[in-house]
Design a binder for this molecule. Structure first.
Ligand SMILES: Cc1ncc(COP(=O)(O)O)c(C=O)c1O
Length: 467
């Protein structure tokens, strides 16, 4: 704590999803080293990273095979542009390998520098194709409330609260927001089938109301982490795909978090049966050893892009997209995941992960838990005896107590989200569970004197408001 307090006035960094006023006066956590699933801060304290640092570090924080691939590439060819009818060998090789992760044959790949840029480009491509087809009015994007797809001026408005849209002066005219398929929003007495039918009817109503000829695409993550780890009911994606097909609206899958074995299968669309026309990846693609995003599109969309550029140039470039350093890292990550049998490891370890979460269900601050693959959520509740407290107090207390016990988790409103590095082993799952239980116990004690709880704005995702 001493180190954190010392250098305050000259702290120049602006950090997103942070309280800027607090940042001015209080040095944030600064990490200096990592090994396996653990990180160490500048004061020498150890932390177990149970959310893979915003769902990125799939292989943890020290993998010499991946760092070696980076160094080898930097020595051989640090950079050459991937645009203007030129590229590099590793960029080509990665595109060939990535095509196998698409649900459609003959996928075409474009690279980006982040997940946001990949989603932004995918929407841009779809709109371009629509213009090329003579349907320039088809611009609107349907998203689900609480979902997050990125930080650009286009994406920040998707799924976000009206307050956030207004705060950043975002133009939300082209955005249609529908409900999240979150069974917690089912009406009293409503069955899963009835709930699903209602959600699908709501989508169709929204399409008809907005005018189908104005809608370009529907974007969704197979499981929405930002909306509180929402696993849709079985058949959800198949049912909405039918509606979308009827109105010729493309279904885009955002696999930036769910891609690359997080949910147990190579991609999230495989476990949730998402028949998408295009998808985006990022985060675990490079296991976070380098920044990279990518979009995979089906052949029909690619054909339309070709038609649109028949007379000239496809006017989309991003200087570092497809950077050979990132491509070499991603290639080695994909090879490593396969060679080490990460799918078998996730399959073997996920029952333990699920059991660990389920063992927390009886805790007074827990309403329920859910898990899929190596991702899971602990939904918090306000204890009956503390009915006067607000959810932000519970969440802030849990976050503070987790940090104090060397545990890094994501808190989204009333949900603690866990997505540890895929390399986590049995003993580390036990350790994670014990730190989390201790954090919940600590929070319960802290709630005895709620005036001591400091509001932590990081516990709310910008897209979600406290419930
Ligand atoms: C589902 C989803 N899509 C897109 C993004 C944006 O990715 P990036 O932050 O790499 O731009 C995120 C980031 O958290 C995400 O969770």
């Amino acid at each position: 704590l001493e180190t954190r307090r010392r250098k305050t006035s000259d702290f120049r960094l602006i950090l997103g999803a942070s309280n800027l006023a607090r940042l001015r006066n209080e040095r944030p956590l600064v990490f200096v080293r990592g090994k396996g699933i653990f990180l160490w801060d500048e004061a020498g304290r150890e932390y177990l990273e149970a959310s893979s640092s915003f769902y990125c570090a799939a292989l943890g924080f020290s993998d010499s095979e991946i760092s070696d691939a980076a160094v080898e590439q930097l020595r051989r060819l640090p950079f050459s542009i991937s645009a203007g009818h030129r590229t590099t060998d590793v960029t080509v090789e990665l595109s060939e390998r990535l095509a196998a992760f698409a649900p459609f044959p003959n996928a075409r790949i474009a690279f980006a520098n982040s997940g946001s840029e990949a989603n932004d480009a995918l929407i841009k491509f779809v709109r371009f194709a629509n213009v090329a087809r003579g349907e320039s009015k088809r611009r609107k994007i349907i998203c689900r409330a609480g979902s997050y797809h990125g930080c650009t001026t286009l994406l920040a408005g998707l799924g976000s609260s009206r307050e956030l849209q207004q705060a950043f002066g975002l133009v939300a005219d082209d955005i249609i927001t529908v409900s999240q398929p979150d069974l917690r929003n089912a009406l009293p007495g409503e069955s899963t089938t009835e709930f699903l039918a209602r959600i699908v009817a709501e989508l169709e109503e929204a399409i008809v109301q907005a005018g189908p000829e104005t809608i370009a695409a529907f974007i969704a993550e197979p499981v929405s982490f930002s909306a509180g780890f929402v696993i849709p009911p079985l058949g959800y994606f198949q049912s909405i795909a039918q509606v979308l097909r009827r109105y010729r609206i493309r279904l885009l899958a955002d696999e930036i978090v769910t891609g690359f074995y997080r949910l147990g299968t190579p991609m999230g669309w495989q476990v949730l049966d998402v028949p998408c026309d295009g998808l985006t990846v990022g985060k675990a693609l490079t296991a976070a050893f380098a920044p990279m995003g990518a979009l995979l599109i089906d052949e029909s969309l690619y054909d339309e892009l070709c038609t649109g550029t028949a007379q000239g140039l496809f006017g989309h470039v991003s200087t570092y997209a497809g950077h050979p350093l990132c491509a070499a890292v991603a290639l080695r990550v994909l090879q490593t995941l396969e060679r080490r049998g990460i799918d078998r490891h996730v399959a073997a370890i996920q029952p333990r992960f699920r059991q660990m979460l389920e063992s927390l269900r009886t805790h007074v601050l827990v309403s329920n838990t859910r898990a899929l693959g190596l991702a899971g959520a602990v939904a918090l509740k306000i204890p009956d005896t503390k009915a006067s407290l607000a959810m932000w107090q519970i969440a802030s207390a849990v976050q503070a107590c987790a940090l104090a016990r060397g545990l890094l988790v994501r808190l989204n409103g009333d949900v603690v989200i866990l997505a540890p590095p895929l390399i986590i082993d049995d003993a580390e799952i036990v350790e994670l569970g014990s730190r989390l239980r201790s954090a919940l116990d600590g929070a319960r004690s802290l709630l005895e004197t709620p005036e001591r709880i400091v509001m932590d704005p990081t516990v709310t995702h910008p897209n979600r408001s406290h419930r």
